[in-house]
Write a protein that binds this ligand. Structure first.
Ligand code: 5GP
Ligand code: ZN
Length: 116
């Protein structure tokens, strides 16, 4: 895992406070905020504060941070009283990833259907 901040990375700029966000959660290592183009009544993005481009860039020792992302998603679901929800990560262009700072999507507040 690399920790190099990328000045041209939109999510690093959000972490740095250079761009605003509608914050859902923050601690020393993780930030979560609402997606600017929500696909569900609640659509959050959960990101590590350090720059990691994709899931492929996490290494064996990074399990703790990856686990934190999932637990933060679970906490957001609980806080928003989501009975059911979806957590997903797009990986690389073929996986639908557009922003190359790894992030979990958390979607809820409507019936989820299929995987497209
Ligand atoms: P990806 O396809 O990379 O998994 O998803 C990137 C997500 O980031 C998209 O759902 C998109 O709407 C969201 N997004 C892109 N730019 C911004 C931004 O500046 N602010 C916020 N809050 N979300 C963004
Ligand atoms: Zn970044």
């Amino acid at each position: 895992m690399t920790d190099a901040g990328k000045s041209d990375c939109i999510f690093c700029r959000i972490v740095a406070g250079e761009l605003g966000c509608d914050k859902l959660y923050e601690d020393d290592d993780v930030l979560a905020f609402r997606d600017i183009n929500p696909k569900a009544p609640l659509h959050g993005l959960v990101i590590p504060k350090c720059h990691v481009a994709t899931l492929d860039d996490f290494e064996d020792g990074d399990g703790g941070l990856l686990g934190r992302l999932m637990l933060v998603a679970k906490g957001i679901a609980a806080e928003n009283e989501l009975e059911g929800y979806r957590v997903a990560m797009n990986v690389n262009s073929l996986g639908g990833q557009i922003v190359f700072h790894a992030h979990l999507h958390i979607l809820g507040g409507r019936q989820m259907k299929g995987m497209g």
